[in-house]
Design a protein around this ligand. Structure first.
Ligand code: MN
Length: 482
């Protein structure tokens, strides 16, 4: 039994190990915990069912390194246990028969691996004993899980993603082919950004809405009709996920009114908020308003929260100061989750807000973007494009370069996209001009000053098979205000 997780890393890890072990003649099954019913990691009731079904060996992927008592329980049930994980071990290790975790041993460069990267190295090692096993066949899954888990795209991860994307562009996995088609992406040009913004959200939508198995089945599907059906179903789940996220974001914005500079922390809790999406909503609001955001779903007795923060504010340290009120909490400086009895909601909000007020005193709570280089429009040419391609795959820890354009004019300004959310225009400087698109900048279309400074990314847009140079506008400001 392969025990995975409901996110893309956990799902691709499980799929990869399952396919590789089957290739060498093992009989395997996959267990994915339910996000809402069970939550992340190993659970006793699941382990009990697994043992009762006659399984002899349990292999965890993307989880288990901190499940000390659960692994002990699995051992008591008579299971052999192999823990494979990329998460940081705690003070005590689980009493497994074998543990494979890059934090414990081996090459320190491997500590940045995602769960699926750890599985890839295991498959790679197995292939030396089983020549029918070709690890390269699984690179596409490694790329998906690695990008989706937002681990640094450096050293070994850069290799896995670069090679994996090449593999994905020629995928022979029917399910991934259908997913890419339904998402309207160009298979031959899939990029790491497409994984982050298009494929991973769709696969993750399944787990968020209690259907993680659908994403797994899609990856494993080898029949056209079935994979088409699953891809369509996933598309609907993703629309639902977007709708639920939008609802949370709008409600929070309405309730907090216009977010004023002296509200250092956004806090909202509601029975109507869906646990599966409160984390994404908190992330969106935190980026938009540049402040810590805590959003919760209120259940009968308790509320379940997800929070996202900014570099200036360690949210887990903030939760430490309210430890006496929390039932369960954990996370990183920038993202955390916790549970709290409803009778303590008011006191908690007062205390954490007061803490944020004093900690963030003096910090400007406005979103900031940083340019990597100053550029003139004429230098954004094909030669530069070729250099930029060498930096791919870009993403976590290897972001796309941001260019600062000074004193340009925007012409042919119009709003495009569903809901007229985006801004399309021509960017003009002297004799030179380029197409420009500003995602979610539609609202600025009516009030663009004559001369503006822009922060942009530079790339190509493919439309009906033709490539055109374009800048993606990240921010606009009046040149005279600079
Ligand atoms: Mn992971």
């Amino acid at each position: 039994m392969i025990y995975g997780d409901y996110d893309v890393d956990g799902i691709t890890s499980a799929a990869m190990l399952h396919l590789a072990l089957q290739r060498i003649g093992a009989r395997t099954e996959i267990y994915l915990p339910d996000r809402v019913e069970e939550g992340y990691g190993l659970h006793r009731s699941a382990l009990k069912d697994i043992a009762a079904s006659g399984v002899s060996l349990l292999i965890t992927v993307d989880c288990g390194i901190r499940a000390v008592s659960e692994v002990a329980y699995a051992k008591d049930l008579g299971l052999k246990v192999i823990v494979t994980d990329h998460h940081l071990p705690g003070d005590r290790l689980p009493p497994a028969d074998l543990i494979l975790n890059p934090h414990l041993d081996g090459n320190p460069d491997h500590r940045i691996l995602a769960g699926v990267g750890v599985v890839f190295l295991i498959v790679h090692a197995l292939s030396t004993y089983f020549p029918t096993l070709d690890p390269d066949e699984y690179l596409d899954l490694a790329a998906l899980g690695t990008v989706a888990d937002v681990v640094p795209l450096k050293s070994i991860n850069r290799y896995l993603v670069r090679q994996g994307i090449r593999q994905l562009r020629n995928t022979r996995r029917q399910g991934l082919f259908s997913l890419i088609q339904v998402a309207g992406l160009d298979l031959g040009r899939i990029s790491a950004a497409d994984i982050s913004y298009q494929l991973a959200p769709r696969l993750n939508a399944a787990g968020r809405l209690g259907e993680a198995r659908t994403a797994l089945n899609l990856i494993l599907a080898d029949e056209t009709k079935e994979s088409g059906r699953l891809a369509q179903f996933l598309e609907r789940l993703n629309s639902r996920r977007k709708q639920l996220t939008g609802l949370v974001v709008e409600t929070v914005e309405q309730n907090t009114g216009k977010v004023s500079p002296d509200t250092p922390l956004l806090f909202a809790v509601d029975p109507g908020f869906d646990q599966g999406v409160i984390g994404i909503a908190a992330g969106k609001l935190s980026r938009k308003y540049h402040r810590p955001v805590l959003i919760g779903q209120k259940l009968d007795e308790l509320s379940v929260f997800s929070c996202r923060s900014i570099p200036e504010f360690n949210i887990t340290a903030a939760l430490d100061t309210c430890q006496d009120l929390l039932l369960d909490y954990g996370g990183h400086p920038q993202a955390a989750g916790f549970k709290l009895a409803n009778r303590n909601l008011v006191e908690f909000q007062e205390r954490i807000s007061a803490f944020a007020q004093s900690e963030l005193d003096g910090f400007p709570l406005t979103p900031r973007l940083q340019a990597d280089a100053y550029a003139r429009l004429e230098t954004l040419n094909h030669r530069l494009l070729d250099y930029l391609k060498l930096l791919e795959p870009t993403g976590a820890d290897n972001p796309r370069p941001v260019f600062w354009l000074e004193r340009v004019r925007l012409t042919s300004i119009r709003r495009v996209g569903s809901g007229q959310n985006h801004l399309k225009c021509r960017v003009v400087q002297g004799q030179d001009s380029l197409e420009g698109i500003g995602f979610y900048l539609g609202k600025e279309a009516d009030q663009v000053p004559d001369q503006v400074d822009l922060l942009v990314e530079f790339g190509e847009n493919y439309f009906r098979g033709k490539a055109e140079k374009q800048v993606v506008i990240l921010a606009i400001r009046n040149s005279s205000s600079a």
